[in-house]
Design a protein. Structure first.
Length: 94
């Protein structure tokens, strides 16, 4: 039997998105979003005058390089899966 998708509301930068995910993935997605949004705020204070898309791009580059620098392949795969899922949902929403 397949697991049911649940709807969740997420915020990236200043935008709200409604995505569907497996209940077991919700916590990972929320932790990932917290890290991303915290980094967006950090980059906004370091690089004034950019637009939100620039900050999101900078954070994604930071996040990708940070993850590959870690030596935990299970965590890296978990984060990669969560990011791919979010990217798919964002593509659908846009």
């Amino acid at each position: 039997m397949s697991e049911e998708l649940i709807p969740i509301n997420i915020i990236i930068g200043d935008r709200n998105y409604r995505i569907k995910t497996l209940a077991k993935d919700e916590e990972v997605i929320r932790r990932t979003l917290k890290t991303i949004n915290d980094k967006i705020i950090e980059f906004k204070t370091q690089f004034a005058g950019k637009d939100m898309q620039d900050y999101i791009a900078m954070v994604m580059i930071w996040y990708a390089t940070q993850t590959s620098a870690d030596s935990n392949p299970a965590l890296e795969q978990e984060m990669l899966t969560a990011l791919q899922h979010m990217e798919e949902q964002l593509d659908k929403a846009l």
